[in-house]
Design a protein around this ligand. Structure first.
Ligand SMILES: Cc1ncc(COP(=O)(O)O)c(C=O)c1O
Length: 375
């Protein structure tokens, strides 16, 4: 059987990882500034992560959500404490799209309404409802087309109010920082006003922190720079450091009923062990503080490089918009300097390194980038 060939692959086969580095099958060492698409939060193959997972596997690997799983409660408590949302309720799933899909369903259940607002350049996943509120017609199949999805220009409060005034909107979904769209931080005041408008017109404010959450922005959640308190926050990616896990943090006012949401694999023992290990490492190694510190340093340094049109982002979620073709630059960074980076569109390099990145590693990238741009 062949693989269903949907990914344009790099010709690299990673076989080992440690911290911010990965090695390919020929023993070449790479600096990973992409984190496997914002997933590696506490570094590759962290010893505590490995022992948490193997210990759990030695105890019990799986049972369904029909029994008590104390690790879920432990995770909810730790996540509530570290994220600053101790009163929220946690629902565990397996991926980002699944988290958002459940968030939209929840908003619809709670409000009794059908319509969801998303924004231009937003990305929320590839399953049915969330792809419909994603701004990319290329990935929306006919079955996903729905009049219930409305895409508005990002940061446009006037249009947002106009739509909310119809009292038909169940929820408004916003990325903490737009990731795939090119690293766009919401404009000053946008989230606060969006929160006020959602409250005024009875819609749920959903913050998609799947890429921007878990410390990547230099705060636990990127929206915490604005001081808003969403009704629902969705998480995945960095939450499991590679183990597939996602979740919804749900405001205390939203009351569940049995059967409202459900999943077979969500919240399994291994997912909880991986997620707990991530939080424990983030706390003990002060990784959010590190992301803020090293991220600010890197952003400042990048702003001084001529040839970069714009540097956007917060913490270690950084976009570099260039005038030139970034695919060539990315290729040289990978093949000559052995540095992994990501892309958004045709002109933005996207950095999503593990939160363990050091200033020295940031300097290695800066030197390599200057050399590559000059070439
Ligand atoms: C902001 C955002 N939301 C949702 C998703 C979908 O997550 P997953 O690929 O785990 O379904 C992504 C993935 O890139 C994302 O960046």
């Amino acid at each position: 059987m062949n693989l269903f060939d949907v990914y344009p692959l790099l010709d690299i086969t990673p076989v080992k990882g440690e911290g911010c580095y990965i090695w390919d099958e020929n023993g070449t060492k790479y600096l990973d500034l992409y984190g496997g698409h914002a997933v590696i939060s506490v570094g590759h193959s962290h010893p505590h992560y490995i022992s948490r997972l193997t210990d759990q596997l030695n105890q019990i690997g799986f049972y369904s959500n029909s029994v008590q799983i104390p690790q879920q409660k432990e995770l909810a408590e730790k996540l509530g404490q570290l994220s600053g949302y101790p009163d929220y309720q946690l629902f565990l799933v397996n991926s980002g799209a699944e988290a958002n899909e459940n968030a939209l369903k929840l908003a619809s259940f709670v409000t009794g309404r059908k319509k969801i607002i998303g924004f231009k350049k937003g990305f929320h996943g590839r399953t049915s409802a969330v792809v419909a509120v994603t701004d990319n017609p290329k990935i929306i199949a006919p079955v996903n087309e729905t009049p219930n999805a409305i895409i508005l220009p990002f940061n446009d409060l006037e249009l947002l109010e106009e739509k909310l005034k119809t009292n038909e909107i169940a929820g408004v979904i916003i990325e903490g920082i737009q990731g795939i769209g090119g690293i766009h931080v919401p404009a000053e005041g946008f989230l606060v006003q969006a929160e006020n408008l959602c409250k005024q017109y009875g819609a749920m404010l959903i913050l998609d922190e799947i890429q921007s959450g878990y410390g990547r922005s230099g705060k636990f959640f990127a929206h915490q720079y604005s001081g808003v308190e969403p009704d629902i926050i969705t998480v995945a990616k960095g939450m499991g450091n590679g183990f597939p896990v996602g979740g919804l943090l749900i405001a205390p006012e939203i009351k569940p009923w049995h059967g409202m949401l459900g999943t077979t694999f969500g919240g399994n023992y291994l997912a909880c062990a991986a997620s707990l290990a991530v939080l424990e490492i983030m706390e003990s190694e002060k990784l959010i503080e590190n992301a803020e510190k090293v991220g600010s340093y890197l952003i400042e340094k990048l702003k001084q490089i001529s040839g970069i049109k714009e540097v956007r982002g917060l913490g270690l979620m950084i976009g570099l918009e260039l005038d030139q073709q970034i695919n060539d630059i990315r290729h040289v960074l990978l093949k000559k300097h052995h540095i992994f980076t990501g892309v958004s569109g045709t002109n933005t390099i996207r950095l999503l390194s593990p939160l363990t990145l050091t200033k020295e590693q940031a300097d290695v990238f800066i030197e390599a980038l200057i050399e590559t741009i000059l070439e």
